[in-house]
Ligand binder design. Structure first.
Ligand SMILES: [Ca+2]
Ligand SMILES: [Ca+2]
Ligand SMILES: [Ca+2]
Ligand SMILES: [Ca+2]
Length: 399
C-alpha cells in the first residue's frame, strides 16, 4: 500500500445497503421534481449541469454517426455545434463556457474545443487524443494528453488559462488522466500504470502548496471529482470513496462514477441485478450517515451525471446499453419553484424584492441563472404572472 497512514471508515448502513436497495422505492429528495427533455432515437451522452441550471450534452444524430453539442437553459434548447463531426464529452461552467472533444467526421477525438459563448477555439490537437478534461468557473481548461499510447504509456496533464498552455505533470512512463478541478485551481486526478497487469492507479490532489495521494484501500483508483472545499469522490476498484479532507470513507461497495457538490450530495448510478440496468441515485452524506434516494426504478441504463450547488442533478438514460446508440433523453432533477428564491423555507419580502428587481417583463430571457427559481410558471420570463403567484404563496418570514 502506497499510503502508510490511510484510514477507511466503512459505513455499515451503506455498504450493507446493497441488500436494502432492492426493496427501495422511487423517492425524490423533498423539494425536487424530475423533468425530461431531448428525447431522441439515437441517444444522449455526457450530460453536465452548472449552477445556473444550464445543461450541456451531446446528442447523437444518427446510429453510429456524428453527434452535436446542445445547451438547455430554463426550458429552451440551443444547438451549439452543427459540424457533422463527433462532438462529445462536454462540460459547462457557470459562465456558460463549454469544452468538448471533437473527432473530425466520425473519427476518434483529436481536438479539444473551448467555446466562450459565441465562438469556439481549438485548445489542443493531438492525433492520439485525450484522456479526460475539465473546466472551472475561471474558464481555465485542464486535460490529459496521450503522448505515447504504447507501453510504456505516457499521458500528462496540461492547463490552458485562456492565453497560454502549461504542462502540469512530466511523467515519462505513467498516465496522468481524468483531471477534475475546482475554482481554486486544485486538481484531483488518477495517476495510473496501465501497462501493468492488472493495471493500478492512485488518486492525487494538487494544492497551491503541495500534493498528496489520497488514502485508498484498493489499487485501481480513478474517476475523481473535487469540490471547492477540497472534498473528493472517486472509484476504487468499483467502490465509491469520499475524501473529506482528513479521511477516506467507503460509501458504496459498487457504483458508477459519482458527481459531488459542496454539501456532500452525490449522484451515482447503481446496478440493479434483477433488471440488469443502472438506476439513478442521490446520496446525501451527513455526519450520521447517508440518506439515499432512488430517482427511477426502470430497465433503462442511466449514465454518469452532474450535480450543482443547488442540489439539482442532470443525467441521461438510454433504452439499451448506451453504446448501442438507442433511444434516450436527458433527465433533470430540479428544484420545485414556489417563490422561495433562496430555499430558506419561506416566501418573504426578500424573495419579493428579488423578483421585483429581476423582472424581465413577458419576454423569454436566456441566462436567468439563479433568478430562474422565480420563473414560477416556467415560461422563461419574470413577469406579472410570476409576481401574482409569489403574492399568493407569500408566507412572510418564518421564525
Ligand atoms: Ca425565501
Ligand atoms: Ca427568508
Ligand atoms: Ca410570462
Ligand atoms: Ca414566468
Amino acid at each position: 500500500m502506497r499510503c502508510r497512514s490511510w484510514r477507511v471508515v466503512c459505513w455499515v448502513v451503506c455498504v450493507a445497503g446493497l441488500a436494502c436497495h432492492a426493496q427501495a422505492q422511487v423517492n425524490l429528495p423533498p423539494g425536487f421534481e424530475i423533468v425530461e427533455f431531448a428525447e431522441n432515437d439515437y441517444g444522449i451522452a455526457n450530460v453536465d449541469l452548472n449552477d445556473c441550471g444550464q445543461v450541456a450534452y451531446s446528442q447523437w444524430q444518427a446510429p453510429n454517426g456524428h453527434s452535436e453539442i446542445f445547451v438547455y437553459d430554463n426550458q429552451d434548447i440551443a444547438q451549439i455545434t452543427r459540424t457533422g463531426d463527433r462532438n462529445v464529452t462536454t462540460y459547462i461552467n457557470n459562465s456558460g463556457q463549454l469544452i468538448w472533444g471533437r473527432g473530425i467526421d466520425r473519427n476518434p477525438v483529436t481536438q479539444l474545443i473551448f467555446w466562450d459563448g459565441r465562438v469556439e477555439s481549438v485548445v489542443d490537437e493531438n492525433p492520439d487524443g485525450f484522456n479526460g478534461r475539465a473546466i472551472n468557473n475561471l474558464g481555465h481548461v485542464y486535460w490529459s494528453r496521450k503522448i505515447s499510447v504504447r507501453c510504456p504509456r505516457q499521458e500528462n496533464l496540461f492547463m490552458w488559462d485562456g492565453a497560454n498552455t502549461t504542462q502540469l505533470t512530466f511523467d515519462l512512463e505513467l498516465s496522468n488522466v481524468q483531471p477534475s478541478v475546482n475554482d481554486g485551481a486544485e486538481i484531483a486526478w488518477a495517476k495510473a500504470q496501465f501497462c501493468d497487469n492488472p493495471w493500478s492507479a492512485e488518486v492525487l490532489v494538487r494544492y497551491a502548496d503541495g500534493q498528496i495521494t489520497l488514502p485508498s484501500p484498493y489499487t485501481q483508483n480513478q474517476a475523481t471529482e473535487i469540490t471547492n472545499s477540497g472534498f473528493v469522490t472517486w472509484l476504487s476498484t468499483s467502490r465509491l470513496m469520499l475524501w473529506t479532507g482528513s479521511e477516506s470513507r467507503l460509501l458504496l461497495e459498487r457504483s458508477g462514477r459519482a458527481a459531488l457538490n459542496e454539501w456532500l450530495r452525490l449522484y451515482v448510478t447503481i446496478f440493479d441485478f434483477e433488471k440488469t440496468s443502472w438506476n439513478p441515485w442521490v446520496l446525501d452524506v451527513t455526519d450520521e450517515g447517508m440518506n439515499m434516494f432512488m430517482l427511477r426504478d426502470s430497465d433503462y441504463w442511466f449514465s454518469d451525471g452532474s450535480v450543482n450547488e443547488w442540489g439539482e442533478i442532470a443525467t441521461s438514460w438510454s433504452e439499451d446499453p448506451p453504446n448501442s446508440r438507442n433511444r434516450g433523453a436527458v433527465m433533470y432533477l430540479r428544484r420545485i419553484r414556489t417563490g422561495d428564491s433562496e430555499f430558506d423555507g419561506d416566501i418573504d419580502l426578500r424573495d419579493h424584492k428579488r423578483l421585483v428587481r429581476a423582472m424581465t417583463g413577458p419576454v423569454r430571457t436566456e441566462g436567468l441563472c439563479e433568478d430562474r427559481f422565480l420563473d414560477i410558471n416556467h415560461d422563461g420570463d419574470l413577469d406579472l404572472d410570476d409576481y401574482a403567484r409569489l403574492q399568493n404563496a407569500f408566507t412572510g418570514t418564518t421564525p
